[in-house]
Write a protein that binds this ligand. Structure first.
Ligand SMILES: Cc1cc2nc3c(=O)[nH]c(=O)nc-3n(C[C@H](O)[C@H](O)[C@H](O)COP(=O)(O)OP(=O)(O)OC[C@H]3O[C@@H](n4cnc5c(N)ncnc54)[C@H](O)[C@@H]3O)c2cc1C
Length: 301
């Protein structure tokens, strides 16, 4: 039985793994990939790299280290977690089972796709998925946000402080009547196109316009960038029966990254901690590893 199993090898899981290794824990990282969502990077003709806080250096350093330390990682998908009397058992898609006395869940949250022609082609080339990361690049630019939930409104409000114009393409009335919705609608440089659905993304080397439709009528909307801001889906289902989630399916954690289940810790985008950012996930991963370490020190051998 291992001391600790970490599920997910994005910024949170990689950092937790490195911290656990430094504490000489017998740790195993089970992950589909190394790097998680940091494997996506926005490309635009006018990007000034220093304006984006990517956390790239720390994550790629940890990923390289874990890649080298083969004994500490398994590249597989965890499909089931079961509580044992003295720990947990994790089953993987590859048919293996692993056991540990404690668990850190760092499985992230997935962005939802538009599922329209052109999306795959222009993903991260003018079609963006993280306004919180990239908004500072859009000084005096034309931008569009797609979505009608809290994330879309927050992103529109953030871009409206920087960009010349933000067009919010809202498929439904969504959260437009909330305080944030009213604020967005009152902004001079925001236009709300309510009831429109995206049909396609078009462009050259980069996305230049989207085709949108309402009541059978289509039109095209041009912009320097299009932000798909549909609420992320936390990848928490694997432990959903073991611990407490919030209404958005994020794993609830306390200030020490403890979940409601003893011996299970969580970190990064899968938790209810504010804001999906690499440096936040790195910090949360470090905290979770140290909290798990302290927990293990208190367990009988
Ligand atoms: C397009 C895009 C661009 C971004 N740009 C920036 C940026 O410039 N700066 C910034 O700070 N933030 C950026 N972000 C946000 C940032 O990438 C995330 O906040 C961060 O990666 C979250 O780290 P995480 O470790 O919690 O989760 P993730 O990075 O999502 O990693 C989760 C990991 O868990 C693995 N996993 C999931 N389920 C399982 C399972 N069942 N079994 C095994 N493994 C599993 C995944 O394969 C992955 O390795 C961006 C996000 C997106 C989508």
């Amino acid at each position: 039985m291992h001391d600790l199993i970490i599920l997910g090898g994005g910024p949170a899981g990689l950092t937790a793994t490195i911290y656990a290794l430094r504490k000489r824990l017998d740790v195993l990282l089970i992950t589909r990939d190394l790097g998680g969502k940091t494997n996506y990077r926005l490309q635009l003709p006018f990007v000034e790299k220093h304006l984006v806080i990517t956390g790239e250096e720390v994550v790629s350093r940890f990923a390289n280290e874990v890649e080298y330390l083969e004994f500490a990682r398994v590249l597989d998908k965890a499909v089931k977690v079961t509580r044992l009397t003295n720990g947990f058992q994790v089953e993987t898609r590859g048919g293996q089972t692993y056991e540990a006395r404690a668990l850190i869940v760092a499985t992230g949250a997935l962005g939802q796709r538009l599922q329209v022609p052109g999306e795959q082609e222009y993903m991260m080339r003018g079609l963006c998925y993280s306004a919180v990361s990239y908004a500072p690049l859009f000084i005096e630019r034309q931008t569009a946000v797609i979505g009608d939930g809290a994330l879309a409104l927050r992103s529109t409000a953030e871009l409206a402080r920087i960009a010349a114009k933000v067009t919010l393409v809202a498929p439904t009335h969504g959260e437009l009547d909330t305080p944030m919705g009213r604020r967005v609608r009152a902004s001079k440089n925001v236009e709300v196109l309510e009831g429109y659905k995206v049909q396609a993304v078009k462009g050259d080397e980069y996305a230049r316009r989207i085709v949108i439709a309402k009541d059978g009528q289509t039109r095209e909307l041009e912009a320097d960038a299009f932000f798909v801001e549909v609420d992320l889906v936390p990848q928490s289902e694997i432990v959903a029966g073991l611990l407490e989630l919030d209404a958005g399916k994020h794993i609830k954690v306390d200030a020490r990254n403890r979940t409601s289940a003893q011996g299970i810790f969580a970190a990064g985008d899968v938790t209810d901690v504010i804001s999906e950012q690499v440096l936040i996930s790195v910090g949360e991963g470090a905290k979770a590893a140290l909290a798990a370490y302290e927990y293990l020190l208190q367990q009988p051998d």
